[in-house]
Design a binder for this molecule. Sequence first.
Ligand code: KIV
Length: 271
Amino acid sequence: MSVNKEVKRVTTHTLQKMKAAGEKISMLTAYDYSFARIIDGAGVEVILVGDSASNVMAGHETTLPITLDQMIYHASSVIRGIERCFVVVDLPFGSYQSNSEIALASAVRIMKETGAHAVKMEGGEEVIDSIKKIVSAGIPVMGHLGLIPQSIYKFGTYEVRAKEEKEADKLRRDALLLQEAGCFAVVLEKIPAELAAEVSANLAIPSIGIGAGNGCDGQVLVMHDMLGINTEFKPRFLRRYLNIHEQATRAVQQYIKDVKSGDFPNLQEQY
Ligand code: KIV
């Protein structure tokens, strides 16, 4: 999409100012051009090209199988659909955990090949060297703490994280480490609302919650879940704004009926 000079683009600076002003940040996932256009046009500040594409676009059970090449494909499609959103792309599993050189190389590929504005990485202390390396190359990094789906086989469950004091303390420390390492924001996923509110209040950078209560500086949902494209996933934190699955099923059934009865196409729908 060509750059419209009239449109004020969202930047890390915008997000920082929103936190300072107490204005909540809205973030949604997108994985393709058409939905990115809708979300950008609707006024969301941040689009996350999440590795949840592995689940909702490719039908995998976890986020682990998606590759860097596939994330690049999704992110470059999203970028062609936006005019003003700030676009963050997940570094997929295996593209940053081994060492900071590999992490930087993966982040550089995302930035160069997609035109995205930032990357997101899961974890705290364990990935801090890689975060520092990427930030020092001038690439904005969003952190991600709490339930980190790339570690699902370590956790063994998608239950709420950091309910125990030991894990909550690590999360408090990790959030500050991410801030010191230069992250511009941090996602807090599926942790107690009280802990998320405390961590958010102690951070100068914005927190974006998912299943982390109302005390975060912003919220994120997976687009397929909030639009009801996906109906199997029903966690307590999810608010569903549409039931596209049901509406699309009805539309397709009507189309089949019209084709079979000969009603479609009619005289106005042919040449
Ligand atoms: O991949 C994703 O969609 C995410 C959000 C759930 C935060 O990481």
